[in-house]
Design a binder for this molecule. Structure first.
Ligand code: F0G
Length: 326
């Protein structure tokens, strides 16, 4: 399987001699969502970025950022994260053979993501503060030159991330009419806008779903009070004719449930933001819509415990099981 770095080499800032640090990212599935399509009267496809090696979209940018860091002789990488950037940075650093320092807001990261970073041997530090405060500290250490910062303010992250737009345009024979995705810090939104701009055909209308209560949402991946890419992301959204939609946790959970129960796609709650946002905008009947599913459901088991019914306990007796099965 070719990786985005190989497939789109001429569209990426890769020096020829570069060893690319890869875990087999990209080429993620694009699947139809027939029931969501029927409800909305449009043709919805889901881009399963949750199928990347560490279970989130972050791997596309991380392969390029960590490769560049290695080529530059980095001794260690650092990031602040609500969990997915951490899991990705930790895995790619392990692959590259360099240490990763991970700053996570204490008590605010989903269990699966915490375990991922620990499992691959990253130095995980729980910061007594918010994501925004942890990011400020990571940026400072990046500027001191002791660590290479691999948050999405690192331009190589956006470069790698834009390859998702190329894959969509190739798979659909052109860009979709509408692109719907979650909006946390805005790096992913920026990357898609850059990718479609470089692709050179029409820019999709970008519908970005953010948490209405940014600082406290149950969708911990997008619990970000101050989006670091706000100006550029929102300029791109406006220029595309799209909009930012602020979503309550109930709206996020309803979309999360619909994806899981009606389409069989188990994602983490924040990843349902694109689908949730579609319900709040006017859509041209029959138009082609892609929702980006950014992270896998297994990352956040606590969300499932909160939002679904616990299993019943039964004896290993066929009659009892038949009665309980309903
Ligand atoms: N979806 C998931 C699953 C995420 O983990 C994130 C961001 C987003 C959406 C939002 O993307 O920030 O580019 O607008 N996660 C970051 C992290 C903040 O640290 O893992 P964005």
């Amino acid at each position: 399987m070719t990786t985005p770095a190989e497939r789109y080499r001429d569209r990426l800032p890769l020096d020829s001699g570069w060893p690319v640090v890869s875990l087999g990212e990209g080429s993620t599935p694009l699947i139809p969502a027939p029931r969501i399509s029927a409800r909305l009267g449009v043709d919805v496809h889901l881009k399963l970025e949750s199928a990347n090696p560490t279970g989130s979209f972050k791997d596309r940018g991380m392969t390029i950022a960590v490769s560049q860091a290695l080529a530059d002789g980095a001794r260690a990488v650092i990031c602040a994260s609500t969990g997915n950037t951490a899991a990705s940075a930790a895995a790619y650093a392990a692959r590259a053979g360099i240490p990763a320092v991970i700053l996570q807001p204490e008590g605010a990261v989903a269990l699966g993501k915490l375990m991922q970073a620990r499992a691959v041997g990253a130095r995980v530090l729980e910061v007594r503060g918010t994501f925004d405060q942890a990011l400020a500290a990571a940026r400072e250490l990046g500027e001191r030159g002791t660590h290479v910062l691999v948050n999405s303010v690192n331009p190589y992250r956006i470069q790698g991330q834009k390859t998702a737009a190329f894959e969509l345009a190739e798979a659909l024979g052109g860009p979709p009419d509408v692109l719907a995705l979650p909006y946390g810090g805005g790096g992913n939104t920026r990357a898609y806008a850059l990718g479609f701009e470089e692709w050179g055909e029409a820019m999709p209308r970008i519908i970005a779903g953010e948490a209405a209560e940014r600082a406290t949402t149950l969708a911990s991946a997008i619990r970000i009070a101050e989006p670091v890419h706000r100006a550029e992301a929102e300029a791109a959204i406006t220029a595309s004719g799209g909009s930012v939609v602020s979503l309550t946790d109930d709206e996020l959970l309803a979309a999360w449930r619909e994806l899981a129960e009606r389409e069989g796609v188990f994602c983490e709650p924040s990843s349902a933001a694109g689908v949730a946002a579609l319900a709040r905008v006017e859509l041209e009947p029959g138009s082609r819509v892609v929702c980006v599913i950014t992270g896998h459901g297994l990352k956040d088991p606590a969300a499932v415990e909160r939002a679904t019914v616990a299993p019943l306990q039964v004896d290993p007796d066929p009659d009892a099981i038949a009665a309980a099965a309903g």
